[in-house]
Design a protein around this ligand. Structure first.
Ligand code: ATP
Ligand code: MG
Length: 357
């Protein structure tokens, strides 16, 4: 029997609550399936770890998780620690060295969930946003001089490489090709940004030639936000830069009903390093410890993890269980307008997994 070794990194705030729910659900799936087992190693990295050790994760942290089959991540973010430290010290400290360059964010209106777009129903909003996850605006290039003086200046340089853009375009075209509509929108801002974004567009044209069966178009990022709200049915697969996709996918998550539902996969498609799966939401300290965090985003991310591992049956079973639960309004957490707790939703998903055949 195959045992998948998973590194669980709950992080901070509600990250700890949703990851422990995710671990329970994954264990229930393995028990129901019988064909595989899950072995979890837990790592207490994050804001509390930082307070004790002055860093978000140990120096050899990556070595400790390098050989796991996948990483289940919660959230990094702490009210006492600046965001750029928590982000660069943990999440990006894993994503970038592990070359998880494809960040995949599916968005769908799940059964029983109402979109703030009242006119939109489930089938009209079924997207996958592919976010370039290794360079661009988050390349970490820039500098700051003369701090505090009137002549202070600072830059954040968006660095794009031909290799980096080509591989994310190929990934996105291939993903679009695998979906029924074979439709891709390449998001850009080349009307205003004259160098990297123009190269991005040129590479899209080149890569498109490898995928003659994919229909694709180009959208300027500002116009894309309008299209997402007014013509969601015109969209299927989307590829955008690190920053653009970050923003668009928060919008997408809100349009699909709640940030608490939205999942993410940080993929190293070549499988040279482990990939990382996490809900889109942050640590949400405002609701921490109240037991009301919506765990669905973590469950959906766990289904993406199972797909990545090749446990397709278990992934499909988990998605069926999630949809059974969201369809029942008495099982909605407060972010969805309900009164259910994390515990209640988790138990219901586990019950649906056991009942599924
Ligand atoms: P971070 O700094 O780590 O990004 P944050 O405080 O910005 O965290 P987010 O998690 O990004 O908070 O979410 C913003 C708000 O959305 C939260 O304050 C919370 O009320 C709500 N929210 C986010 N995730 C969930 C969830 N899983 N369940 C319920 N509500 C959520
Ligand atoms: Mg946030």
């Amino acid at each position: 029997m195959k045992t998948y070794r998973i590194a669980a990194i709950p992080g901070d705030g509600i990250g700890t609550e949703v990851v422990s729910a995710g671990v329970e659900v994954l264990e229930a799936l393995a028990a129901r399936d019988g064909g595989f087992a899950m072995a979890f190693d837990h790592f207490d990295w994050g804001g509390e770890y930082y307070k004790k050790h002055g860093r978000m994760m140990p120096e050899d942290g990556r070595e400790q998780i390098r050989r796991h089959d996948a990483i289940l991540f919660g959230s990094a973010g702490h009210p006492d620690i600046p965001d750029h430290i928590t982000l660069w010290g943990l999440r990006l400290a894993i994503c970038q060295p592990f070359d998880q360059y494809a960040n995949v964010r599916p968005t769908r209106i799940l059964p029983g969930i109402t979109s703030p777009l009242r006119h939109v129903t489930g089938p009209e909003l079924d997207w996958v946003i592919v976010r370039e996850n290794s360079e661009g605006e988050y390349a970490g290039v820039g500098g700051r001089v003369h701090q505090g003086l009137p002549i202070e200046a600072a830059t954040d340089v968006s660095m794009m490489t031909r290799a980096g853009v080509t591989r994310i375009m190929r990934f996105a075209f291939r993903l679009a090709q695998s979906r029924p509509r074979k439709l891709l929108t390449v998001v850009t801002k080349s009307n205003a940004q004259r160098y990297a974004m123009v190269m991005w567009d040129e590479i899209a044209v080149e890569v498109a030639k490898e995928f003659p069966d994919v229909t694709w178009d180009k959208a300027i990022v500002d116009a894309m936000t309008m299209r997402m709200t007014l013509k969601p049915e015109s969209i299927d697969t989307v590829v955008a830069t690190n920053l653009h996709a970050d923003i668009l996918s928060d919008l997408a998550a809100a349009l699909a009903g709640s940030l608490g539902i939205a999942p993410t996969a940080n993929l190293n498609p070549e499988r040279e390093f482990p990939s990382m799966f996490e809900p889109i939401h942050g640590s949400a300290f405002d609701i921490m410890g109240k037991g009301i965090a919506n765990p669905i985003g973590t469950f959906w991310s766990s289904a993406m993890m199972l797909d990545h591992l090749g446990a397709f049956g278990a992934a499909a079973r988990l998605m069926r269980a999630i949809e059974r639960v969201t369809a029942d309004a008495s099982l909605h957490t407060p972010d969805l307008g309900g009164q259910a707790t994390t515990r209640k939703v988790t138990d219901a998903v586990i019950a649906a997994i056991r009942a599924d055949n």
